[in-house]
Design a protein around this ligand. Structure first.
Ligand code: GTP
Ligand code: MG
Length: 195
């Protein structure tokens, strides 16, 4: 009985210390926009990142959806507001409203779709029209479908460099490859720039 009491006291002490520590951590809010053609896998990637699972039954995003996630980087707590922009042309007019106040963007193309890769330029210009300096990460999706790949890494990298995007990351939401990495590259960049 005494032992249990001691353990409980220790647990309470430890929890209090942890709460105190969390209170001292710096908190930042980052608004991140995820854009790219319809069907490239934006909603699936966000779902993998925030819920840790792959869903292959997504329906196209109507307009814009919004999700949040809290992540800790050393002594900083980042509250992420992730905006999932429907890729259909008819939702294009919404983009500029949602880019307002964004700290960064993930720009996605499907590695098995040349059209979605060519359209990166359009999306890039759309983003830059609203914000001439937010950091952008280029993301190639569906890495697991390697045998159907239409875009060589070399061209993706060249495009990323040409447009001054901060990095190129090739991902698979299905196999959970580089999903955290794509977001982390952006978050670490924002933290290092002091946003
Ligand atoms: N094989 C494979 N399929 C994927 C992957 N990511 C997404 N998909 C599939 O691609 C399709 C489209 O995915 P969504 O996430 O709905 O695409 P989206 O970019 O949100 O499309 P919109 O909402 O219309 O703009 C779905 O059938 C997904 O299951 C992946 O990493 N691998
Ligand atoms: Mg979607």
């Amino acid at each position: 009985m005494k032992k249990i009491k001691e353990i409980l006291i220790f647990f309470k002490f430890f929890t209090n210390q942890k709460i105190k520590f969390l209170e001292f951590m710096k908190k930042v809010v980052y608004k991140i926009v995820v854009a790219g053609d319809a069907g490239v896998g934006k909603t699936t990637m966000i779902h993998r990142y925030t819920k840790g699972e792959f869903i292959d039954t997504t329906s196209m995003t109507i307009g814009v959806e919004f999700v949040t996630k809290k992540v800790a980087f050393s002594d900083i707590i980042c509250m992420l507001q992730i905006w999932d922009i429907g890729g259909q042309d008819r939702f294009r007019f919404l983009v500029k409203n949602y880019l307002r106040g964004a700290h960064g963007a993930l720009l996605l193309f499907d590695t098995t779709s040349m059209t979605s890769f060519v359209n990166i330029q359009k999306w890039y210009q759309l983003i830059r029209k609203e914000s001439d300096d937010i950091p952008i990460v280029l993301v190639g999706t569906k890495k697991d479908l390697e045998e159907f790949s239409m875009v060589a890494d070399f061209y993706a990298k060249k495009t990323q460099e040409k447009f001054g995007m901060i990095d190129y990351v090739k991902t698979s939401s299905k196999l959970n490859v580089n999903i955290d990495k794509a977001f982390n590259v952006l978050i670490e960049y924002l933290i290092n720039k002091g946003f």
